[in-house]
Design a protein around this ligand. Structure first.
Ligand SMILES: C[S@@+](CC[C@H](N)C(=O)[O-])C[C@H]1O[C@@H](n2cnc3c(N)ncnc32)[C@H](O)[C@@H]1O
Length: 196
């Protein structure tokens, strides 16, 4: 996704706004994590609905993070934490086996073979997500890309995940992502729920 450049979306400003930059959540072990949150519509809506739970967004784009921090600030969502980083570095912030749910919503498809290593459905990323989850925790993957859906199902078996549910035509959900709202107009939405 392309984001409009915002001159205020600097590391300094994000830190002043409360960006998570350390491992202070390592002591917390009931966390719900979204990987690649974009501008944060999905995770901030969930956090607002469930104030008793701890939500974390990890997003590598500064401009997108700035938008999430703005929502957090304006709506005073104290149970939402934002990490500006590539999720490959997640163990700098969170502990293994500390996550109840991981959401991956409409990840970048990286269709060309030379970019395949960036796909969040690859074996290395799935291994990382598996380590993050508690036993019985789930990874909820949602996309408009059938090939990513097929790939994550195939790779999840190699990583010992169990397939709890899957659908190739996800009905409209109460909370949807920005991407989902656009994509639903032209295609089916695929979802698989993987359990550790
Ligand atoms: C296509 S956008 C979807 C955004 C949002 N989930 C939605 O559904 O509207 C994918 C997002 O994932 C982020 N992203 C991709 N790879 C990532 C990674 N390895 N770690 C963190 N964020 C990542 C991108 O910066 C982008 O904001």
């Amino acid at each position: 996704m392309r984001y409009r450049r915002n001159k205020y979306a600097t590391l300094d400003n994000l830190i002043k706004m409360g960006l998570l930059t350390d491992d202070s959540l390592k002591k917390t072990n009931n966390i719900l994590l979204e990987v690649g949150s974009g501008r944060g519509k999905f995770i901030s809506s969930l956090a607002l609905l469930n104030k008793e739970l701890i939500y974390v967004a990890v997003e590598k784009n500064y401009n997108a993070c700035y938008q999430i921090m703005k929502i957090k600030e304006n709506l005073q969502i104290d149970n939402l934490f934002v990490i500006r980083d590539d999720c490959i570095n997640i163990f700098n912030y969170l502990e293994k086996e500390s996550i109840n749910e991981i959401y991956i919503n409409f990840p970048d498809p990286w269709l060309k073979n030379r970019n395949a290593k960036n796909r969040l459905v690859g074996l290395d990323f799935l291994g990382l997500f598996y380590s993050l989850l508690k036993k019985g925790g789930v990874l909820i993957f949602t996309s408009d890309e059938k090939n990513l859906y097929d790939e994550i199902i195939l790779n999840s078996l190699a990583k010992q995940f169990k397939i709890r549910e899957k659908t190739e035509d996800l009905p409209i959900r109460e909370i949807m992502t920005e991407y989902e709202i656009k994509k639903r107009l032209s295609t089916n939405i695929y979802q698989v729920i993987l359990e550790k």
